[in-house]
Design a protein around this ligand. Structure first.
Ligand SMILES: [Zn+2]
Length: 121
């Protein structure tokens, strides 16, 4: 499951990077920490990108953390898709297809019979 999620995180990573609102960013999209980025509207996305980029050893993090990263990305993509009025259940664009997969993965994760903690990693 973890590997599926890691693979699934590749798409939103690109999408978030391309769609971040950097108008209030003083650092051109380089996350400098809670304090420096406090007033920026893109801070949440920036922080997410830093913590979940290709080089952040994501594969070694616990499944729950990786699943939470997917959930965050799902909400971001969801918001993007809604803004552009897609009929997500039927739409064939990459974002909507990804979203359907992500929703299923997130739901699967939350419905693990013995709770997420006991799922084989
Ligand atoms: Zn779509």
């Amino acid at each position: 499951m973890k590997q599926d999620i890691l693979t699934a995180l590749e798409f939103p990573r690109v999408m978030i990077r391309e769609n971040m609102d950097l108008r209030t960013c003083r650092f051109n999209g380089h996350y400098v920490g809670e304090l420096g980025c406090k007033l920026c509207t893109a801070a949440t996305e920036c922080k997410w990108l830093v913590e979940h980029d290709e080089f952040s050893n994501l594969a070694r993090k616990p499944l729950a953390e990786v699943a939470a990263a997917l959930e965050f990305a799902m909400h971001f993509v969801e918001a993007m898709v809604m803004e552009s009025d897609h009929q997500c259940e039927e739409c064939h664009c990459e974002a909507c297809r990804w979203l359907r997969g992500a929703r299923k993965t997130v739901a699967d994760f939350h419905q693990l019979p013995d709770g997420p903690a006991d799922y084989p990693q």
